[in-house]
Ligand binder design. Structure first.
Ligand code: C5P
Length: 251
């Protein structure tokens, strides 16, 4: 999910931090931002895989902080305490024999729990806290490694990688996003009603767009892509076409 898509062995996230610095400035980054259910995660994974670049699913980090805070009973403990959790996240990313991505928090596998709507809600609550965002900044920048990085989230193009070579803002209508998320969760055996999901998505959109720090909005130099009436293949192809223009520029 968050490690390099071709890493097979366990990766200790803290070791990623060693790469932060000037040396990373010329490593190309493609950012894919957008609201929940726009398909960013799927598209980012496919683009990273096609280019053989690394992948950062920044939402997973916020989900992990939310989950850790809830488990420790600290959701109401205040910004500093939650930021401290973000600072000291005991997280590992790995993949099993079949290549399925796994996330571990404090030694326990949480991959499935991380994708639940409850966890999304916790994530968007902790994500509104500036100190939490600050605590995760260096961690995210550390994923910028050669030959390149595809980063998906809400503020990848605006805040974390403002110098990204290509910024995509992926949207889709709220109804279409709720429908997609519903199917995605059903496929995973997670039972949730479409109406409840639509409400959750609207709440989350509102919270993400209205927060004072790093609100969800396209970077000024982002290319907008509305996926409401496009298949995953069509969106991926468009993103890769844009990325190809980029590779030519980089040559
Ligand atoms: O993308 P995902 O649904 O996993 O993100 C969960 C939540 O984490 C979002 O609703 C948002 O509040 C927060 N988030 C964020 N900035 C990011 C990625 C996610 O605020 N770059």
């Amino acid at each position: 999910m968050l490690a390099s898509h071709h890493s097979v062995s366990t990766l200790l996230i803290r070791t990623e931090l060693t790469d932060v610095g000037i040396a990373t400035a010329n490593i190309p980054v493609i950012t894919i931002d957008g609201p929940s259910g726009s398909g960013k995660g799927t598209i980012a994974r496919r683009v990273a895989s096609a280019l053989d670049w690394h992948l950062l699913d920044s939402g997973a980090l916020y989900r992990l902080v939310g989950l850790a805070a809830a488990r420790q009973g600290k959701m109401n403990a205040g910004e500093a305490e939650i930021a401290a959790i973000a600072e000291h996240l005991d997280v590992r990313f790995s993949s099993d024999e079949s290549g399925e991505e796994q996330v571990w928090l404090g030694g326990a596998e949480v991959s499935r729990e991380l994708r639940t709507e409850d966890c999304g809600r916790l994530a968007s609550q902790v994500a509104a806290l500036p100190a939490v965002r600050d605590a995760l900044l260096a961690l995210q920048k550390g994923f910028r490694r050669a030959p390149g990085l595809v980063a998906d989230g809400r503020d990848m193009g605006t805040t974390v990688f403002p110098d990204a070579a290509l910024k995509i803002f992926l949207t889709a209508s709220a109804a279409e996003r709720a429908k997609r998320r519903h199917k995605q969760l059903n496929d995973k055996g997670i039972d949730v009603s479409l109406a409840a999901l639509s409400r959750d998505i609207e709440d989350r959109d509102r919270r993400d767009s209205e927060r004072s720090v790093a609100p969800l909005r396209p970077a000024e130099d982002a290319r907008l892509l509305d996926s409401s009436n496009l298949t995953i293949d069509e969106v991926t192809r468009t993103a890769l076409d844009w990325a190809q223009g980029l590779e030519q520029d980089l040559d």
